[in-house]
Design a protein around this ligand. Sequence first.
Ligand SMILES: NC(=O)c1ccc[n+]([C@@H]2O[C@H](COP(=O)([O-])OP(=O)(O)OC[C@H]3O[C@@H](n4cnc5c(N)ncnc54)[C@H](OP(=O)(O)O)[C@@H]3O)[C@@H](O)[C@H]2O)c1
Length: 273
Amino acid sequence: MRVLLTGSRGFVGARIREALPVVEAPSLRNADRAAIRRLLAESRPDVIVHTAAISDIGACDAQPEASQYANVTIPVMLAEEATGAKLIFFSSDQVYGGCAESGPYAEDTVTPANLYAREKLEMERRVLDISPDAVLLRATWMYDAPLYGVPNRHNLLSLLLRAAIRREPMTFSRSEYRGITYVREVAEHIPRLVDVPGGAYNYGSENPLSMFDTLSEMVHRWGLPVEIQGDAQPHHNLWMNCEKLRRHGIHFSDTVQGFERCLSDYDLHILTR
Ligand SMILES: NC(=O)c1ccc[n+]([C@@H]2O[C@H](COP(=O)([O-])OP(=O)(O)OC[C@H]3O[C@@H](n4cnc5c(N)ncnc54)[C@H](OP(=O)(O)O)[C@@H]3O)[C@@H](O)[C@H]2O)c1
């Protein structure tokens, strides 16, 4: 089975590339239909895992045309041109950012609250119209430990360890709920998605705790010298229910367990014990 991976030099793509054999697409920045046709003719994929995107919410707001092109036009062209391939495309839990209902949210309760999220939702709907067998992954905020030669970015783990080193307090909302996911679990479940029926799926760690309680629990478990301060401001929730995915046998660690696994994988407990 030939798997074509886009965004293979990005944060998620680099981990997927390590987790399974793939054909790496070249950069798709400003790719037109002819370039996409060429890519598909040369790579003849059975499966396309599409991670390339403008994934920064602020960057989308600052460059709405580029954002629409990257986050909607390119994936829609890929879907239109990739006849017969199983499509596995990344979306985002940001589609829940404007939900007024209390969570956790199943896939049919969506209210995007920013441009990036509106584009992800538009992309999901248009890709599914073209290819009803496509799998759209609503990913959460992800993290990994720093790794030689692999891109990283500030994420909850790096922010927490930085606060511990600097002895700085961190403030989190008592009313914000969201899952945060170890990116290696995101990568390792990808092969099983080939057999999952088309549709949008919440894809990541669930979390029954508020952000304040999540961080308080982590700091307590690992004995980190970080004071977690509570903030009562109302925050939007990105709180996902992953039951639909579980029905297809795909299980993520919950958020705190995922951090435990990451600390063990990298032997980071050497810093916390
Ligand atoms: N990281 C997270 O926490 C998170 C959370 C929720 C959802 N997601 C979604 O998961 C997917 C992967 O995220 P990521 O963190 O791996 O993203 P990323 O590292 O920010 O970017 C992935 C790749 O996208 C390509 N790219 C950047 N700008 C582009 C443009 N204008 N046009 C076309 N391609 C462009 C780049 O590949 P080249 O250098 O090869 O051009 C980049 O390496 C994205 O769809 C993102 O929206 C991520």
